[in-house]
Ligand binder design. Structure first.
Ligand SMILES: [Zn+2]
Length: 480
């Protein structure tokens, strides 16, 4: 009995001592640096600071509700709600049951709640300053930052429409499209940078234009916040920048079709004469059954469509003129060898690109040979290329690659680099043609060495001879 009394006495003394001790060193609560005064001092229970719910949390704009029946204190702040049950280690935070180490308590008739638990669940930061016995609450610390988008606008689609005298680039966007423009040389291009702009078209893209002014349009997310649209040009030209609602148009209008005059001295006669020097004996003999197989010769471009432009001794050289020279010689040679031919143009006539395979189909051609010369932004790129498509019409006993290979090898024998045979179904002349069709790109007019060769009539006649020999070889081989 005596022992029990002593024990109770010690307990009471301890509690008294503790309360005294706590009372001596009052706990301060600061919210965002301001001291919050309350009539009841915060207390420490099991290393946790409990603060009077109302005076502290109402100070920072939270709503504090008390359900006396259920003994539940509810703290509501913005979108967060916390229910604390008195003397219960379980709380409900935004509908989720959460355990807490020290429960809320009623002390001296006041609801005291664990400050760290509540603050942190209300997205505030809490710091305990042991030296000054201060609870620092930072109410804005964890507030989600206002998401200020770095993007003011977006580009969702880029399309190009073109006619003989205009090119219209449509940039379909959303929001604000602010741009700056750079005029760059080598290769000639206009660069439009859209700041604070997101590219929604996929990563990057490009469109090839057939016009004589605009070569292509390409675009990319240039850096984190800039979309770049590049317009590659054959030559500089004035353009209109038109904003229409969310869309932007870059319009090259009233383009003058280039003068319809040969840009190279009229050498047709001499080319023809040189071609005439070849005799059928210089070529593989055409088999008798191949004589009626009609070969459509398509000298690329013509008229206002000049094709690629090479610069030779400060002078613009049009691809259309080089192509026709080669084809005039080619036709003369094929005829001499007994091959049936049809030339889509034998002068500087403009023929629409989609009309070309239609004519070939109308003529019921057996084989369609497009003769072009190439260009690259990189002047070092040179040599012969042949384009074909295995998904287009083919001969019964030869793939289009095999057909291409004959031309490729024969042209390369003239000293041109083999720059690749490309299976590409995108060319309209190839996919629209009902007969096997290939595009021979003899050499690169953008390469000084290749262009030098193409400026030489004798070389063009040799090219024609290589094309003629290749044509006879395939006509002899194919059976359908
Ligand atoms: Zn071409």
């Amino acid at each position: 009995m005596k022992n029990r009394f002593i024990f109770i006495l010690i307990f009471i003394i301890s509690v008294f001592w503790c309360i005294t001790c706590c009372a001596q060193k009052n706990i301060t609560v600061k919210i965002d640096g301001d001291i919050v005064k309350s009539d009841v001092s915060p207390v420490i229970v099991d290393d946790r600071v409990l603060v009077p719910a109302r005076s502290i949390f109402e100070y920072m704009g939270s709503e504090v509700k008390w359900n006396d029946m259920a003994k539940i204190a509810s703290i509501i702040r913005k979108n967060d709600t916390i229910h604390l049950i008195i003397d219960n280690n379980v709380a409900v935070v935004n509908g989720q049951i959460v355990e807490l180490d020290v429960p809320a308590k009623i002390i001296n008739g006041r609801t005291m709640i664990p400050v760290r638990f509540v603050s942190e669940n209300l997205n505030m930061e809490v710091e305990w300053d042991q030296v000054n016995r201060t609870v620092n609450i930072y109410s804005k610390a964890h507030e989600p930052e206002k998401e200020q988008s770095i993007f003011k606008g977006s580009i969702n689609k880029i399309s190009v429409s073109e006619g003989e005298t205009y090119v219209k680039i449509k940039i379909s966007g959303a929001g604000k499209l602010e741009h700056s423009m750079l005029k760059l040389d080598d290769p000639k291009r206009y660069v439009y940078d859209f700041k604070s702009c997101m590219l929604n078209t996929g990563d990057l893209g490009s469109l090839v234009c057939s016009g004589t002014y605009v070569k292509s349009v390409r675009w990319s997310q240039y850096n984190e916040t800039t979309c770049r649209v590049v317009v590659d040009l054959q030559k500089y030209y004035f353009y209109d920048y038109v904003v229409d609602g969310d869309d932007v148009y870059i319009v090259f209008d009233e383009l003058t079709p280039p003068a319809v005059k040969p840009s190279v001295p009229d050498n047709d006669e001499s080319i023809g004469e040189m071609a005439d020097k070849f005799i059928s004996g210089d070529f593989t003999k055409l088999s008798s059954y191949a004589k009626n197989k009609l070969v459509i010769i398509d000298p690329g471009h013509g008229g206002s469509e000049v094709g690629t432009i090479g610069m030779y001794n400060g002078k613009e050289i049009y691809e259309k003129d080089v192509n026709i020279d080669i084809c005039i010689a080619l036709e003369a040679m094929l005829k001499k060898c007994g091959v049936s031919t049809y030339m889509l143009r034998d002068d500087d006539t403009y023929i629409n690109i989609s009309k070309r395979p239609e004519i070939a189909n109308e003529k019921d051609g057996y084989f369609y040979l497009c003769v072009h010369n190439n260009a690259s932004e990189n002047p070092d790129v040179n040599g012969v290329q042949v384009y074909y498509s295995e998904t287009a019409a083919t001969f019964d006993n030869m793939t289009n690659r095999e057909v291409s290979k004959i031309y490729y090898d024969n042209i390369a024998k003239l000293g041109l680099k083999k720059s690749g045979m490309v299976d590409n179904p995108k060319y309209i002349v190839i996919y629209k043609s009902k007969m096997p069709a290939i595009i021979v790109e003899n050499a690169f007019m953008s390469n000084p060495d290749d262009l030098e060769l193409l400026m030489d009539d004798e070389f063009k006649v040799k090219l024609a001879a290589a094309l003629c020999e290749s044509t006879i070889q395939i006509l002899n081989k194919t059976t359908n």
